[in-house]
Write a protein that binds this ligand. Structure first.
Ligand code: NAD
Length: 278
């Protein structure tokens, strides 16, 4: 399959310059946001765009050195309930409450069920699933307060994955973790809908992030592996971190005030287009 264009060829949909006029439904002035895993890749692009739209932003990460300029870096590992609680409390205190939680921290895992031992399953599920649970538990009291003070402003958006439903080969553990994220998102949306807290997720296809870069570096032929990943998506290219961030920021913004329990695919057509272009 030929790749008609790469994300780099396209006009960037979401950059630090993507400000919107005051009063625009994606104007986030006066809102506070926390992004887990916001120091790299999709999370960093999201933190940057939230800030460009006027939000006050905290980045909670186990390695916060890469937190975008203008955001508050908070060091915490999402596998520690104590660290997450302290980190969320610090962010809410510094930013003046919390309206938006983006649960994004996650790691990959390669292999079939025969390849990963129980300890590896526990490690990945602890980050990818329980990490979101811990962040939500710590943030919900603040989000409820935000919803009461400013109706429509409170939301949780998870970074799920196409892996939740695609049946990807060599991704048993990763897919199971993201399947749990999808179910968790829907159940949380039901639990908190009458509290004014919306809960949604984005399902990226393969996105051009440092993580995917590291994965490609380990391949025998990185260029061929990159081309294969691009060919798997009907658009014939990877998606960019900025494109995923634009979807997350939409779901987190008042523009999506009536959207909850949604899973938005940002995957070059991978989920929706059952027939690949010839
Ligand atoms: P990335 O590795 O570039 O960034 C992940 C960030 O999360 C890093 O800053 C890392 O320090 C942080 N993090 C990891 N474990 C943590 C922990 N235990 N506690 C705190 N912080 C932690 O990865 P990315 O590609 O931007 O992925 C972000 C999310 O997007 C993940 O949930 C991933 O599953 C999802 N996703 C990525 C792709 C893709 O192709 N890149 C596709 C679908 C879904």
């Amino acid at each position: 399959t030929d790749a008609p264009h790469t994300p780099a060829d396209l006009p960037a949909p979401a950059t630090a310059a993507s400000r919107v006029p005051a009063g625009h439904p994606q104007d986030l002035a006066g809102l506070s946001a926390l992004v887990t895993g916001g120091a790299s890749g999709i999370g960093a692009a999201t933190a940057r765009l939230l800030a460009a739209r006027g939000a006050r932003v905290a980045v909670l990460d186990r390695d916060p050195a890469g937190a975008p300029a203008g955001t508050l870096p908070v060091r915490a590992d999402v596998t520690s309930d104590q660290e997450v609680r302290a980190g969320v409390a610090e962010a809410a205190a510094e930013l003046g409450g919390l309206h938006i939680l983006v649960g994004n921290a996650g790691i990959g895992a390669v292999g079939t069920v025969e390849d990963n031992a129980d300890d590896e399953w526990r490690r990945v599920l602890d980050i990818n699933v329980l990490g979101l649970v811990r962040a939500a538990r710590a943030a919900l009291p603040h989000l409820r307060e935000a919803a009461a003070a400013r109706p429509g402003s409170a939301s949780i958006t998870h970074t799920c994955s196409i892996a939740a439903t695609a049946g990807l080969p060599q991704r048993a553990l990763y897919s199971a973790s993201k399947g749990a994220v999808l179910s968790l998102t829907l159940a949380m949306a039901a639990d908190h809908v009458r509290e004014g807290v919306r809960v949604n997720c984005v399902n990226p296809g393969t996105a051009d992030t440092p993580w995917v870069g590291r994965l490609l570096d380990q391949a025998d032929d990185p260029a061929a592996e990159r081309a294969a990943l691009a060919a798997r998506q009907p658009m014939g290219r990877l998606v960019s971190a900025d494109e995923v961030a634009a979807a997350i920021v939409y779901l987190a913004s008042p523009a999506a005030a009536s959207v909850t329990g949604a899973a938005l695919a940002v995957d070059g057509g991978m989920q929706g287009l059952r027939l690949r272009p010839a």
